[in-house]
Design a protein around this ligand. Structure first.
Ligand code: HEC
Length: 108
């Protein structure tokens, strides 16, 4: 029993370290892509359905979308579309979709 707990705590410590690292590097990426840029694109292409404060209108609320999807999954949803969500593959560059995915991934 004691052995088990020790292992669980050790595992938790390791997981915590990894999680800490990855969120730090996400912030680095975000700084490089330029948050303002993503917000500008959002204002032009997404506001009509998701509202200026991400609260949602025709589309769902995106205020906590970063807790639901990873950055890669967000890239997929924006580029390929999903249900009533249009595909932006041909309307935005890969860099622009990536900037949006990074930005939305931080909404938790
Ligand atoms: C024409 C309206 C419309 C526009 C414009 C639009 N969306 Fe959507 N979006 C939707 C709808 C509707 C859904 C729900 C799709 C479903 O789950 O069936 C959605 C879903 C999403 C989701 C997944 C949310 C979830 O909780 O599953 C994300 C992320 C998203 N949109 C981001 C964006 C971004 C970024 C843009 C701008 C590039 C954008 N949307 C533009 C209508 C729109």
């Amino acid at each position: 029993m004691i052995m088990k707990w020790t292992r669980t705590i050790a595992l938790l410590a390791i997981t915590g370290t990894i999680a800490g690292c990855s969120s730090a590097s996400e912030q680095d990426i975000q700084a490089v892509s330029g948050v303002n840029d993503a917000e500008t694109i959002y204002k032009q292409k997404c506001v009509s359905c998701h509202a200026i404060d991400l609260q949602g209108r025709a589309g769902p609320n995106l205020q906590k979308v970063g807790a639901k999807y990873t950055q890669d999954e967000l890239f997929g949803v924006i580029s390929e579309g999903k249900g009533g969500m249009p595909s932006f593959e041909k309307r935005l560059s890969e860099e622009q979709i990536d900037a949006l995915a990074v930005w939305l991934a931080s909404k938790k």
